[in-house]
Design a protein around this ligand. Structure first.
Ligand SMILES: Cc1cc2nc3c(=O)[nH]c(=O)nc-3n(C[C@H](O)[C@H](O)[C@H](O)COP(=O)(O)OP(=O)(O)OC[C@H]3O[C@@H](n4cnc5c(N)ncnc54)[C@H](O)[C@@H]3O)c2cc1C
Length: 258
C-alpha cells in the first residue's frame, strides 16, 4: 500500500517536472533521497535472505549503496542493525559491508594511485577506447545492453551485473579499464572512487591475483535465464563455453575478442 502511494507521488512529480521542463528527458530517480528514506531502506534489510539470494539479479539485496555514498547512513549503523536483527546469520552482509570499508582504506593509503594499475596485470589486458555500442548499450547482447540501461536510466546496477559487465568490457573487448571506470563512476548514483575503481581493478587483475571471468551457465543461472531467452545473439553467445575454453580464447593472445 505504502509503495503504491509512493509510486503515485513519483508519477505525479514526474508529470509536474515534464510540464515545467519539456526539454528534459527521463524520470526522476527511483531512489528517494534523505535520511528518512535511508532509514526505511535500512529497516528492510533481511540478512539471512541476503545470504541465500544476493547473487541472483532478483535477490534480496539491500540497495543501500546510494545512501552510504551520500552520507545518509553509516556502515557502522547498518552493520549494528544487521547483527541486532540476525546475530551470526548477518555474517555475509556484514562481510560485504566490509568490502566497502576495505576499498576506502586502500584509497586513503594509496590516494590517486588507485586510478592507475596498482599491480602488474596477471593476464594480457588491452587499452582500446570506449566504443559507442558499449556507451549506448547496443552490443546486441541482451545482458550487457540491459546492464547499460540500468546504469543510464536508474544509476544503480546489481553487484553481479557490475562484475559481468566489467569482465566483458575488460577481457572480451580489451577496453582500457580506466576509461570504463571513469565513465561508470559518473553514471552511478552510488559512484564512489574507491569501490568503483578498485572493483574494476579487481575484475581486471591489477588488484587481485587473477582476472574475474564468467560463462553463460553462470549468467543464466543467476538471471534465471531471463536475459538469454530474448537475446538475438543467443546462438552466437561469446560466453557460452567452459572456463578452460574462455581462458584460452581471452588470454592466449592479445587480440580483441567477440
Ligand atoms: C565494476 C564495479 C564497480 C562498482 N562501483 C561501485 C561504486 O561506484 N560504488 C559503490 O558503492 N559500490 C560499487 N561497487 C560495489 C558493489 O557492486 C555495490 O556496492 C553494490 O552493488 C551496491 O548495491 P547494494 O547496496 O544493493 O549492495 P548489497 O549487495 O546489498 O550490499 C550491501 C552493501 O555492501 C557493500 N558492498 C557489497 N558488495 C560490495 C563490493 N563488491 N565492493 C564494495 N562494497 C560492497 C555496499 O556498501 C552495499 O551497499 C562496484 C562493483 C563493481 C564490480
Amino acid at each position: 500500500m505504502e509503495e503504491i502511494k509512493l509510486e503515485k507521488r513519483r508519477a505525479e512529480r514526474n508529470a509536474q517536472i515534464r510540464a515545467l521542463f519539456p526539454d528534459v528527458h527521463g524520470d526522476d530517480s527511483v531512489f528517494a533521497g534523505g535520511r528518512e528514506a535511508a532509514l526505511s531502506a535500512l529497516a528492510r534489510i533481511d540478512p539471512p535472505q541476503y545470504d541465500r539470494s544476493r547473487n541472483f539479479l532478483d535477490g534480496k539485496v539491500t540497495r543501500l549503496s546510494p545512501y552510504f555514498r551520500h552520507g545518509m547512513i553509516t556502515l557502522h549503523e547498518a552493520a549494528s542493525l544487521a547483527v541486532q536483527k540476525s546475530g551470526a546469520r548477518a555474517y555475509k552482509l556484514v562481510f560485504e559491508f566490509a568490502w566497502r570499508d576495505f576499498w576506502r582504506r586502500v584509497w586513503a593509503k594509496r590516494g590517486d594511485a588507485i586510478e592507475r594499475d596498482l599491480e602488474v596485470p596477471k593476464v594480457p589486458v588491452g587499452n582500446a577506447p570506449l566504443p559507442d555500442d558499449i556507451l549506448n548499450g547496443t552490443t546486441r547482447l541482451a545482458c550487457m545492453d540491459q546492464f547499460v540501461r540500468d546504469l543510464r536510466d536508474v544509476g544503480y546496477v546489481h553487484n553481479h551485473a557490475r562484475m559481468w559487465f566489467a569482465s566483458y568490457v575488460i577481457h572480451h573487448r580489451k577496453i582500457d579499464w580506466k576509461l570504463a571506470a571513469d565513465w561508470y563512476y559518473g553514471e552511478l548514483l552510488d559512484g564512489d572512487r574507491a569501490s568503483n575503481h578498485l572493483s574494476w581493478q579487481w575484475v581486471g587483475s591489477t588488484f587481485s591475483s587473477k582476472p574475474y571471468i564468467f560463462n553463460r551457465e553462470n549468467l543464466e543461472r543467476y538471471t534465471l535465464g531471463s536475459l538469454c531467452a530474448t537475446c538475438e545473439m543467443r546462438s552466437r553467445c561469446p560466453f557460452d563455453m567452459s572456463y578452460e575454453s574462455l581462458e584460452l580464447k581471452l588470454f592466449s593472445n592479445h587480440g580483441v575478442g567477440a
